[in-house]
Design a protein around this ligand. Structure first.
Ligand SMILES: *Cc1c(COP(=O)(O)O)cnc(C)c1O
Length: 396
């Protein structure tokens, strides 16, 4: 059967070059980079090269990269590490209501331990207002953490503007760039941030590896104690194969980013237009233009997101509803609630996230299969009986 994978915001397929670059480090090049004989020196050299590549992808210095076990771990180090290290200076943290749970739950963890927190609202496009950030800063604020782009609705935040405010007020600023690095150009100098999180498997690299870039002079507390790996900032023998694969993925993604992002924007806009034209009572979620090249997300009225996913799966289309982490629970996504959607509409969400493998034929297949599926599901819905076209509760 045809397989159309449109869940690249949840994870991506590792590129062949990535897998091939990893294999030697799973076989004969197995030395521990901290040892001194030659097979170990060999892995240490590979680690150094990978660090240089990852740093180059975001225009950073290699010694400012901390390799981690995931994007989630990078977020945890940034948020908890800074809070613990700077608690004497202040105890207030600012974030947004639509962060990934790795940030959101780290901030809540700190809140439960006496830190003061501000969860900034977003507008109906999921955009943070830099004026709100400025107004929320107090003498006690030690950290602002706002994601570069949202994983569910794709909205890209005005990070450099917010970073300017943080800098002016002397507050450390972290951004979760897991969805942007390798997908749109990311330059830490242009963004003006102090810390930035990355993840391997969101840019055609392997799972279980991530990185946190920490600007020189910023010193989050170590969360994993033990050895002195990663310049004594994160203990544990390095995942050499994973790190090498991650570096290969990033190097290739950054090389192709201009071409690939404009290709995806073309496919994305064709998909969005096609769905909005063919299906009534659908709302595009997220910003119309300030959005990730691969993100097409919607809410369908009178539809349960879960049943839509199951029907799509039956015809070989992989999408998601809510985020991968929250689906399976009955709570609608915190992101969709934060952009002001009522519960019943947030339940009918569908995210189709495009990636390197996505073709025009894939999009045409979705545009062919989705409308009859939606019609069929709605025909079974008691809520949909006799709803005239203009009676939509959504205004847009
Ligand atoms: C996937 C994701 C993460 C978590 O990365 P993992 O490597 O899966 O732990 C964090 N933030 C965002 C925005 C993500 O999309």
């Amino acid at each position: 059967m045809k397989l159309v994978y449109l869940d690249n915001a949840a994870t991506t397929k590792p590129r062949t070059e990535v897998v091939e670059s990893m294999i030697p480090f799973l076989k004969e090049r197995y030395g521990n980079p901290s040892s001194i004989y030659s097979i170990a020196r060999d892995t240490k050299v590979a680690l150094t090269k990978a660090r240089e590549k990852v740093a180059a992808a975001i225009h950073a210095n290699p010694e400012e990269i901390i390799f981690t076990g995931s994007g989630s771990e990078a977020d945890n180090i940034a948020v908890k590490g800074v809070a613990y290290a700077y608690a004497k200076k202040g105890r207030h943290i600012i974030t947004s209501a639509i962060e990934h749970h790795a940030v959101l739950d780290s901030v809540k963890h700190l809140e439960a331990r006496g830190f003061k927190t501000t969860f900034l609202p977003v507008d109906s496009y999921g955009m943070v207002d830099p004026g709100d950030v400025e107004a929320a800063i107090t003498k006690d604020t030690i950290l602002i953490t706002i994601m570069h782009a949202n994983n569910e609705i794709g909205t890209i935040q005005p990070i450099s503007e917010i970073a300017g405010i943080a800098k002016k007020r002397g507050v450390i600023f972290h951004t979760d760039a897991v969805q942007t690095v390798g997908h749109i150009p990311v330059d830490i100098n242009e963004l003006g941030v102090d810390m930035l999180s990355l993840s391997g498997h969101k840019c055609n690299g392997p799972k279980g590896v991530g990185a946190l870039w920490v600007k020189k002079g910023v010193k989050p507390e170590k969360l994993i104690d033990g050895g002195s790996q990663e310049y004594n900032r994160r203990a544990g023998t390095e995942n050499v194969a994973g790190i090498v694969g991650f570096a290969t993925a990033l190097e290739l993604a950054v090389k192709e980013v201009e071409y690939e992002s404009s290709r995806l924007i073309g496919l994305r806009d064709y998909l969005i237009k096609g769905i909005l034209e063919r299906i009534p009572h659908v709302k595009l979620t997220g910003h119309p233009t300030e959005r990730l090249p691969g993100n097409a997300s919607f809410c369908f009225e009178f539809i349960e997101g879960e049943s839509l996913l199951l029907s799509l799966d039956r015809v070989g289309i992989c999408g998601s509803s809510g985020s991968a982490c929250t689906s399976g629970s009955l709570e609608p996504s915190h992101v969709l609630l934060a952009i002001g959607l009522p519960h019943e509409i947030a339940h009918g969400s569908l995210r189709l996230s495009l990636g390197r493998e996505t073709t025009l034929q894939d999009i045409d297949y979705v545009l062919e299969m989705l409308p009859p599926i939606v019609n069929k599901l709605r025909a079974m819905s008691p809520l949909y009986e006799d709803v005239p076209l203009e009676a939509s509760s959504m205004s847009y």
